[in-house]
Design a protein around this ligand. Structure first.
Ligand code: KG4
Ligand code: ZN
Length: 335
């Protein structure tokens, strides 16, 4: 018998509701982005995010059910992001999920948003199964993990300060680009020379799989400020391309060092920064050289969406996990 999941994602600036069949098949995946509003402020304003989620959530639930051509009573369980994310934004999604779980009398699964990002790949690649090495690069987190099973991970490395996406957004803001900065830098970099400025590749201690992008971000900001003070021309395409190359070099080196150490031949990329065309190309090139199979989701499933949360919730559900109606939100939830 098919299992239908209604999934809700409201951890940041997308209000999204999906209906998933057996975890991996999208029946509907509605995403209402708040980006245009936050762009006016140069970044996500948490209070505005919560209010917009609240305005949209019921409408998006209705649309997702309608588009999937089902009735609410057909749904078997509810999955919802309970962290990490913005506290007020998470509360809107979790409250809606609890209301549905209670009124339909069906189980509830609180989902870790970062686990959701990995699961975007199960939706995009029906043949993919654990174990593999996962590289998750999002706006708030960077993780290198060993995925042992659908809901079993070993964290091998994580960011000690800024996440990869966060450094993209901060550098873009200083360059005067609009929010979110990642896609803007991705585009501009194609017009610049990635070798023109030698920004640092921060590797940390030998053997470490952790990341640190704040030193790189500071180096780029210092470069821009010094040029401005001296009234020298800044070729923003070159800055963007050189910054991006420094991020990519670190991600590629650490991912493949871990693959070799653990003797894995599958690398799975996910998170908002996984949409980056140069990162995908660099990982693909190295994967081909080393006989590694690389998976990444289509751009639409890299950034935040409820389908990936439904997939993660499904695997928790079939493993027998359940959340109670007193489920809390966890803004700093770890994997
Ligand atoms: O995973 P995500 O949607 O949200 C979080 O869970 O944090 O990631 C958003 C991040 C932002 O920092 C955004 O700038 C970055 O993903 N991003 C990109 C690209 N598209 C989105 N970064 C680099 N290149 C892109 N094409
Ligand atoms: Zn995300």
């Amino acid at each position: 018998m098919d299992i239908l999941t209604l999934a809700i994602e409201t951890s940041c600036d997308e209000t999204s509701v999906a209906i998933m069949k057996n975890g991996r098949e999208i029946m509907s995946n509605i995403i209402s982005s708040q980006i245009e509003t936050h762009r006016l402020f140069g970044g996500v304003v948490p209070e505005v995010a919560s209010r917009l989620h609240l305005e949209m959530i019921n409408k998006i639930i209705e649309t997702a059910v309608k588009e999937a051509k089902i009735k609410l009573s057909d749904i078997d369980h509810i999955a919802v992001t309970c962290g990490p994310g913005l506290i007020g934004a998470l509360i809107v999604g979790v409250s809606a999920a609890k209301a549905l779980s209670l009124s339909l009398d069906i189980p509830l699964n609180g989902v870790n948003h970062m686990q959701g990002h990995v699961c975007a790949n199960y939706i995009a690649h029906p043949d993919l199964k654990p174990p593999f090495v996962g590289l998750i690069v999002s706006g708030g987190h960077t993780y290198l993990i060993e995925v042992l099973n659908y809901n079993e991970y070993i964290i091998r490395g994580q960011t000690r300060d800024d996440a990869a996406g966060e450094s993209y957004d901060k550098v873009a803001r200083t360059l005067g680009l609009s929010y979110p900065g990642g896609p803007e830098i991705d585009k501009l970099s194609k017009l610049g020379n990635p070798e023109s400025i030698d920004f640092p590749r921060i590797m940390l201690e030998p053997g470490s799989y952790d990341f640190s992008f704040s030193g790189l971000k500071t180096a780029v900001l210092n470069y821009i400020n010094q040029k401005r003070q001296k009234n020298e021309e800044i070729v923003i395409e070159d800055v963007a391309a050189s910054f991006q190359q420094a991020v990519i070099d670190v991600l590629v080196v650490k991912s493949f060092r871990l693959l070799n150490e653990l003797k894995y031949k599958t690398l799975v990329l996910s998170g908002g920064v996984a949409a980056n065309s140069s990162l995908r190309e660099a990982l693909k090139k190295r994967a081909d050289e080393e006989g590694v199979t690389l998976y990444f989701p289509p751009v639409s499933l890299c950034t935040d969406n409820a389908a990936m949360i439904g997939c993660a919730g499904y695997y928790d559900f079939i493993a027998g996990k359940r959340s109670e109606l007193d489920l809390k939100v966890f803004p700093n939830l770890k994997l």
